[in-house]
Structure formats: structure tokens, C-alpha cells
Design a protein. Structure first.
Length: 562
């Protein structure tokens, strides 16, 4: 059961560690704190529920924590002073029989260890361990840095150490007991269901008459009515240690906790269950933030999708309503085929058209070449313009709704892909090649092939492009051509070769092929922004966080019997 429980808690720990909060640094800090609590306390305690208890002595600056610890131990093991921060290095005092446990990686694995007496310049990032027979086996005391220290690292370390405690000993004074920061930690203790001992230190006669009762009232209101309260009188300036009789009740209480193995086990089980409950609440808040980011990322992605869909539609519209067929394009085409008046008899027109193609076998007729070039240039320009417009709109939208994401994004995203010109040119070439393949595949019988050869494959291809670009649905029979009579001429030319139904199908397939290629190009352009939305969705999902929490809670309840 232990292995199952540890496995589920490790999975929860890893899930939180892998959670990312691209636009919320405070959530990332909270996730790191949750991982620390799992590493520093929950996993070690679950691995050995009968291991010695860790009592962390915490309090505000100048509350007398170190003096109190020294008095309990009976010698100076923790350096106290008047210069803030007064406690600069955490000190853990344990019975020699428990030293191996507290010096191992099972307890506060992220902190380096020092042993023995304090150095003149201690490191605030290491833990000094001291062995003392004065501390009962089964319980160690840890003098933590001030949790209101002016040093950010000390404050963070104090919070980390308190999160790793089986038992909290809060030290305060009549002048500081109502401080909000003190109660922030005490409310956290109530939420974790941890055993708490409150020490009201340096109590003079005037304060003794009112402060202990007021403090008990506040503790009851905070859900800590069962917490034990000790008062230590103000004995003035003391040379050496506090008189032993002043801290005797607190020392006896700690000794009784340490010697009762069943009570220790019960306290450890209760505390680890409470710690996991607190972690679960914190993870749920992280999951809510994670879900918010995921939903924001989805909305942002939809906005990007919409922008590039508009770009695709921009190209389709520009190539479907005749606008691509500028006046000069139609004029050059008309120079080649003549006016629509020449088409009253299709067969007569065909003969005239073939007669005009005498130059085809020695080279493309100049007007046809120019029409083809104009159409290629027009289609290329439309695609590039739509891609640039989409990139600009997307970049502006990103800056308006998520400036921090845009600041971290590749600035080249403000424009279309640097290769867009070549990509658009390749699109046009591939589409035209597809038209040629379609024409060749449709020319089944000898009569059709002969007419294609007579007119020229290039002329047929240009005519098909004209039909595609003249109307969304393609021109048929008596329909009115958006691009005018010249496009009708192209329509009639194709019908002469292939028949009306076949031309309709060819135009539809050519349009679909163009749309597919345009869509693929803009899909690639849109994909350039995937990295931006990926910042919001990368890592553990909200759903995965919640599933990992549920599994860990279930297994810990089974192991601890809660």
C-alpha cells in the first residue's frame, strides 16, 4: 500500500512540477511551493509514518525563538542577536539517536547540511544540524528564520520549513501577537489541521492580565481552539540562558509528545493527511488558473483561426468575382479570340480561331502569353496580400489581448512567412500544372485531342482559368458572365472542345483544387502562431492535475486510515 500511495503522490508532484503558467508568474511560484511541500514533508512522512517528528519553531523578528530553543536544549545551539534578521541560518537539534534520519535526504532534501557549531558567517541556504541528549528521542526542534524577515530568501525559507513540519511552535510577544502576518501562518496551520503550540513570550505583569485571554479568543476564532498555549514571563535582560523553570512546562510537553509512540504516529498521520488536504486545495486553485489559461489559449487560437479563414476567403472572393480579370487581361484575351460577335456560329468561330493559331506551333501567341502572365501575377499578388494582412491582424490582436505573450514571441510573426513570395509562386505553378493534367485527362477521344492540339494546350489552360475566375460557380450556357463577353468566349471555346457538362465539372474541380491549395498555404501560415498559444497550453492540463489529486487523496486516506 505504501508503494501505491507514494507512487500516486509522486505522480501528483510531477504533474504540478510540469504545469506551466506562461502569463502568471505568481501561479508558477505557488506551484513550486507545492512541489517543495510534497518533497520536503509529504513524501518523507508517508515513506515512514513512525519517523521522528519535526517541530519547527517559527515566529516574527525579535520574538525570542532562538533564545527559547537554547533554553529547551540547555545550551546555546542557535545564535540570536539584535541585528535583523536575527536568525540567519536554520538550526535543527535532534537526539543523537535520530541524527541519521534528520541528516538524510528524507528530510528537507533540497537543503545542504552543516553539522556542529555555528560558523561566524553562516549560510542561509543550508541547514545546520546539532545532536543533543537534551532533546528527547522521537522529536527534533528546528529554529527557523523569521517569517517576517527583511531578507526575501529568509522569508521564503521560513515558509518552506514550516510547510515541512509535523508540529508548529509559534513564538510571539504581547506587542506582536495580533500582527496579521502571524495570523496568516496560524490560519494556514488551521487549514492543514496541524498540531500547533503557541508560545506567548516575554509577558510582563500588565500584559499577563489581558493578552493571554485575548490570544486564546483569537485562536478559537481561527479554528485553533484546541491548540496549546504557553506563556513565558519577561525576565528582563538575561546573561546566558533563560532560567530553566520558566520554560519547564513547554519542555515537559514536548518530552511527553516525543515518548508516546502511538501519539506521535497519530499526530504524523493527522498532519500528513492535513498537509495533503492543503496541497489539494492549492492544486485546485492552480487547476482553475490552468483551466483559465487553457480557455484563453483556445479563444486566442479561435481568433487566429478566424483571421486566417478570412484571409482564405479574401483570396477566394478575389478569384471568384471577376476582379482578378483586370481590364488589360480581358483586352489581351480579346485581341486573341475576337469579340463575342464572332461566336454566333461555334463551328465558324472554331475555324477562325484555328486560322489565327498559325503561329502557335512556333511559339505561344503573344496575347495568350500575356494573359497567362497577368493572371499568374494577379493570383500571386492576391495570395501574398492576404497572407500579409492576416499576419498583421493577428499580431495586432495578440498585442491587444496578451501583450506579455507578444513581447515574448518571435517578432517575425508580425509579417507573413519570409518565403511567402516563393510559396505563393509555387502555389500558382502547381495549380496550373493541375489544370494541364485535368485537361489532358479529359481529352479522351481523337476529336477532342485534335481540337486541343489545334488550339494549343496553353490556350485551353488560359481559357479554363478565365472561366474559373469569372464566377464563383463557373459560367454555363446562358448565364451572365461577371467578367463580360470575353470570358464567355473562353467558356464557349471549352464547350466546343469538351461539351457543356464537362466544362462545368472541370471548372468546379479547378476551383476546388485552387481553394484546397490556398487553404493549405494559410494553414501553414496560421501554424506559425501555434508556438504562441502553445505557451498557454503546454504542460500538465487542468484535468490531469485534478485526476492526479484525486488519486493521491484516495491512496493517502487508505494508508493513514483517515
Amino acid at each position: 500500500m505504501i508503494e501505491t500511495t507514494l507512487g500516486s503522490v509522486v505522480r501528483l508532484r510531477d504533474a504540478v512540477a510540469a504545469t506551466e503558467f506562461a502569463t502568471n508568474p505568481s501561479a508558477a511560484t505557488e506551484a513550486h511551493s507545492v512541489v517543495d511541500q510534497i518533497d520536503d514533508y509529504i513524501l518523507p512522512r508517508l515513506a515512514n509514518i513512525d519517523a521522528p517528528l519535526l517541530a519547527v519553531v517559527g515566529g516574527s523578528t525579535g520574538s525570542g525563538k532562538s533564545t527559547l530553543v537554547n533554553a529547551i536544549v540547555g545550551r546555546q545551539v542557535s545564535t540570536s542577536g539584535v541585528i535583523r534578521p536575527t536568525t540567519r541560518q536554520p538550526v535543527l537539534v535532534a537526539n543523537p539517536g535520530d541524527s541519521e534520519w534528520f541528516n538524510s535526504s528524507h528530510v528537507l532534501p533540497g537543503l545542504a547540511r552543516e553539522q556542529g557549531e555555528a560558523r561566524s558567517n553562516p549560510s542561509a541556504t543550508s541547514l545546520r544540524t546539532v545532536a543533543s541528549e537534551a532533546v528527547s528521542p522521537g522529536l527534533a526542534l528546528l529554529d527557523a528564520p523569521d517569517f517576517d524577515s527583511i531578507d526575501d530568501r529568509n522569508r521564503a525559507l521560513a515558509s518552506q520549513l514550516l510547510a515541512a513540519a509535523d508540529l508548529w511552535v509559534f513564538v510571539t510577544t504581547p506587542s506582536r501577537y495580533a500582527d496579521q502576518l502571524v495570523w496568516n501562518f496560524l490560519h494556514d496551520a488551521a487549514g492543514r489541521d496541524i498540531e500547533v503550540i503557541v508560545v506567548l513570550n516575554r509577558v510582563d505583569e500588565d500584559a499577563l492580565a489581558t493578552v493571554p485571554d485575548d490570544l486564546r479568543r483569537m485562536m478559537a476564532e481561527a479554528g485553533l481552539g484546541d491548540a496549546t498555549l504557553f506563556t513565558v514571563p519577561d525576565v528582563g535582560q538575561v546573561e546566558g540562558l533563560l532560567p530553566a523553570e520558566e520554560i519547564a512546562p513547554l519542555r515537559r510537553h514536548l518530552h511527553h509528545l516525543a515518548e508516546d509512540a502511538a501519539a506521535r504516529r497519530s499526530m504524523a498521520a493527522k498532519t500528513v493527511q492535513g498537509a495533503l488536504g492543503s496541497v489539494s486545495e492549492r492544486v485546485e486553485r492552480l487547476a482553475q488558473e490552468r483551466q483559465r489559461l487553457e480557455e484563453f489559449g483556445a479563444r486566442l487560437g479561435e481568433a487566429f483561426d478566424d483571421t486566417y479563414e478570412r484571409a482564405r476567403e479574401q483570396v477566394i472572393d478575389a478569384t471568384s468575382d471577376g476582379n482578378l480579370l483586370r481590364k488589360e487581361v480581358l483586352q489581351r484575351w480579346q485581341d486573341f479570340v475576337g469579340t463575342s460577335d464572332a461566336f454566333r456560329s461555334i463551328e465558324r468561330w472554331y475555324s477562325i480561331a484555328v486560322g489565327r493559331l498559325g503561329s502557335f506551333f512556333t511559339g505561344r501567341p503573344a496575347p495568350v502569353r500575356e494573359v497567362e502572365t497577368e493572371i499568374e501575377a494577379g493570383l500571386h499578388a492576391v495570395v501574398v496580400d492576404a497572407a500579409e494582412t492576416a499576419a498583421t491582424r493577428t499580431w495586432l490582436h495578440l498585442g491587444s489581448v496578451a501583450p506579455e505573450l507578444r513581447a515574448a514571441a518571435d517578432p517575425s510573426l508580425a509579417h507573413a512567412d519570409p518565403e511567402i513570395n516563393e510559396q505563393a509562386a509555387e502555389l500558382v505553378r502547381q495549380w496550373q500544372a493541375g489544370l494541364v493534367e485535368s485537361i489532358q485527362a479529359t481529352a479522351g477521344d481523337k476529336r477532342k485531342r485534335a481540337r486541343i492540339m489545334s488550339l494549343g494546350l496553353n490556350v485551353i489552360t488560359v481559357a479554363l482559368m478565365l472561366v474559373v475566375f469569372a464566377s464563383t460557380a463557373g459560367l454555363t450556357g446562358g448565364e451572365i458572365a461577371i467578367a463580360g463577353g470575353s470570358a464567355v468566349v473562353g467558356q464557349k471555346m471549352l464547350e466546343t472542345v469538351f461539351g457543356e457538362d464537362t466544362v462545368r465539372r472541370m471548372a468546379r474541380q479547378a476551383r476546388e483544387d485552387l481553394n484546397t491549395r490556398v487553404e493549405a498555404l494559410f494553414t501553414r501560415e496560421r501554424a506559425r502562431y501555434t508556438a504562441v498559444t502553445g505557451e498557454l497550453t503546454r504542460g500538465t492540463s487542468a484535468k490531469e492535475l485534478r485526476e492526479a489529486t484525486e488519486a493521491a487523496e484516495r491512496d493517502v486516506r487508505k494508508q493513514t486510515g483517515a
